[in-house]
Design a protein around this ligand. Structure first.
Ligand code: ADQ
Length: 470
């Protein structure tokens, strides 16, 4: 079996000390690497005044980890800059805060070149190389320039934007061209894949050759939708661990005679937190009889704090939660509990299980793992209800949730009222369908379908001369 080399901007293998604080993706990639005996390569999270290219090698939980430090300017221009101030907002439809700074683009190219040069000596002829996410789109191109002929796959964890948004990016053509240096490009949903195809066919005269292949820039790439899942079996297991049970008990004690609504998200403007708070406020106004029966817990650990937009949203949420509590709280009840802490996976499982409603309302989201974790953690005899944004990739395959437009406080309010008063029978029926799919389409099947496609591609039909020449 080939070795697998996984590349992601940050490398977060399981700590091995029994703590279960890492997310589902890190666990899955670590398990994939153990199975394929490979290497996980990425940025160390540290910077040095000048780039040294020195590799730090370690072995964590059976996984070989290789990391490299970046130069301080790389952090500013590549990571904080192009990745998080340009591509992230643009791909999440936030043109208003997308920064088109030339130095960011240069830093992005430079950091990808440096990653390629550092990674190159580690690659052996039969290795499969699986590169993750928007930070690293040009990495295959840089590796090809260094003579790497291996099969290389790319998976985009975030949405692919609509054609008209994509063309606002200076040098968008170069970015898309770099995707044709991969053998396989995976998206979260068919919708994102279609948006990619639309760009390629209308902007650069590319064409779809068959169900799985697109040709442009004289090259053919295999494409597919590979919706990511969670480790549902593990989640269902840890929900009865001592720590999860203790957390459940604590939450249950705090919500006696009340039903809990929970939101769990990185504090990010794409997650629709302000709109969610406004929707909850609308619910309190519209449903005075249900008002004192609920508690809304929003867990939102801080992220990317050095980017201004993240400081601004934090300030707005502090104000909004304060305003709602100020308006509706009583001596024995606060409607909103808003915390910025990170929790272990087993604690989160206990919180999810104690919540009657999982409120997942991003304005745009590649997939959204929280929606799937919430379902995996429910009590089969008395499950809660998932309220889910139509703009999360997860909504494609989770139609039994209550699907809402997150921009509408009224829709959020109505869905909350419906979820909180839903009969047990209907809750079980909806949850059962969702749970079966979350188990079937879990992180292992995601990993295997991508790696199998990368390892063993069907032969593409020949590209037409027109597509090859474009
Ligand atoms: P994210 O934008 O980070 O991921 P999401 O898919 O919801 O979003 O995953 C967040 C993860 O962090 C979940 O596993 C969740 O449990 C965990 N988490 C959130 N809050 C936490 C807290 N307070 N403490 C501990 N853990 C917490 C990106 C894309 C998504 C895509 C994923 C995977 O933006 O659309 O689903 O990658 O592809």
């Amino acid at each position: 079996m080939s070795r697998l080399i996984v590349v992601s901007n940050r490398v977060t293998p399981p700590s091995g000390d029994g703590e279960e604080s890492v997310g589902g993706l890190a666990m899955a990639l670590a398990a994939a690497l153990r199975e394929y005996s490979g290497i996980w390569f990425g940025w160390s999270g540290r910077t040095t005044p000048e780039f040294t290219g020195h590799l730090h090698m370690s072995r964590v939980q059976g996984v070989t980890v290789a990391t490299v430090d970046l130069e301080e300017a790389d952090l500013e221009e590549y990571y904080n800059g192009y990745a998080n101030k340009t591509l992230w907002p643009l791909f999440h439809y936030r043109l208003d805060i997308t920064a088109y700074d030339r130095s960011f683009g240069e830093g992005y190219e430079r950091a990808n070149r440096r990653f390629a040069e550092t990674l190159r000596p580690l690659i052996e002829p039969d290795d499969l190389v699986w590169i993750h996410d928007y930070h690293l789109i040009p990495l295959a191109r840089e590796l090809r320039r260094l003579g790497v002929k291996n099969r290389m796959g790319f998976f985009l964890h975030i949405p692919w934007p609509a054609h008209q948004l994509m063309v606002t990016l200076p040098r968008h053509r170069q970015l898309v061209q770099a995707m044709f240096d991969y053998d396989l490009v995976g998206f979260q949903t068919d919708g994102y894949l279609q948006a990619f195809e639309e760009y390629v066919t209308s902007e650069v005269d590319g064409m779809r050759l068959d169900d799985e292949h697109i040709a442009a820039f004289g090259k053919t790439v295999r494409v597919g939708a590979f919706p990511i899942g969670v480790d549902a079996a593990d989640f269902s297991r840890i929900v009865s661990s001592p720590r999860a049970l203790r957390t459940y008990d604590v939450m249950a004690a705090h919500t006696v005679f009340r039903k809990m609504i929970v939101g769990v998200d990185r504090l990010d403007y794409s997650k629709g937190l302000e709109e969610r708070f406004l929707g909850f406020e609308r619910f309190l106004v519209d449903n005075p009889e249900l008002r004192r029966e609920v508690l809304f817990l929003q867990i939102a650990p801080l992220s990317r704090e050095s980017v201004d937009a993240y400081q601004e949203i934090r300030a707005r949420l502090d104000a909004l939660s304060g305003r709602i509590n100020g308006e509706f709280a009583d001596i024995d009840w606060n409607p909103v509990r808003y915390v910025n802490k990170t929790y272990r996976r087993d604690e989160l499982a206990g919180v999810y299980r104690a919540a009657r409603v999982g409120l997942v309302t991003p304005l745009r989201d590649g997939m959204n793992l929280v929606a799937k974790e919430y379902i995996a953690a429910q009590n089969p005899e008395d499950p809660g209800v998932l309220v889910l944004s139509r703009f999360a990739g997860a909504a494609d395959r989770m139609r039994e949730a209550l699907i809402v437009n997150p921009n509408s406080p009224e829709e959020i309010s109505e869905a909350l009222a419906r979820a909180l008063t839903m009969e047990r029978e209907e809750r079980i029926r909806r949850w059962r369908a969702l749970f079966d799919r979350v188990c079937r389409e879990d992180v292992e099947s995601w990993r295997d379908s991508f790696v199998n496609a990368l390892a063993d591609p069907p032969r593409p039909k020949a590209a037409t001369p027109q597509a090859l020449a474009s």
